[in-house]
Design a protein around this ligand. Structure first.
Ligand code: HEC
Length: 126
């Protein structure tokens, strides 16, 4: 009886710990839909919204999405970086700090696990 009981206690705790640790593109997609999709398309065929399409953003040079070219801030055009996973994590967590003077009207995503998940989701946008 004691063993059965401890299984019930241990299993849910393990499930919670592993879901919190694993990077999860599906959960990133949900966060993206709730917090980013209002401004960002995820296909290059979709018209730009308030922000540039994020299709293929991983590995792309900052400020270089063709359809959005004329609308980037000078700060984003001058950022001079390639969107690596690390660069994306820093920007999504704190846009104003990562690219000072950029115009993304978004305060930042403060949950580090969600930031990782969103970056995992962005990697699926080819
Ligand atoms: C209210 C609109 C808005 C929201 C919400 C928003 N963004 Fe943006 N985003 C923009 C704008 C506008 C820019 C261009 C900024 C500039 O040129 O300075 C941008 C730029 C970016 C870039 C740089 C793209 C490039 O081509 O260099 C990335 C990456 C990005 N956003 C990711 C996200 C993610 C991920 C979220 C959600 C967590 C998000 N954004 C939420 C409007 C938004």
């Amino acid at each position: 009886m004691g063993r059965v009981l401890s299984l019930f206690l241990v299993l849910p705790a393990f499930a919670i710990a592993s879901s919190a640790m694993a990077t999860d593109a599906a959960s990133g997609a949900r966060v993206f839909k709730a917090q980013c999709a209002i401004c960002h398309a995820t296909s290059d065929h979709a018209p730009s919204g308030i922000g540039p399409s994020l299709a293929g953003v991983v590995g792309r040079r900052a400020g270089s999405q063709t359809a959005f070219a004329a609308r980037y801030s000078p700060a984003m055009r001058a950022a001079g970086r390639v969107w690596s996973e690390a660069a994306l994590r820093a920007y999504i967590a704190n846009p104003a700090k990562a690219v000072p003077g950029n115009h993304m009207p978004y305060a930042g995503l403060h949950n580090p696990a969600q930031v990782d998940d969103v970056v995992a989701y962005l990697q699926t946008l080819r």
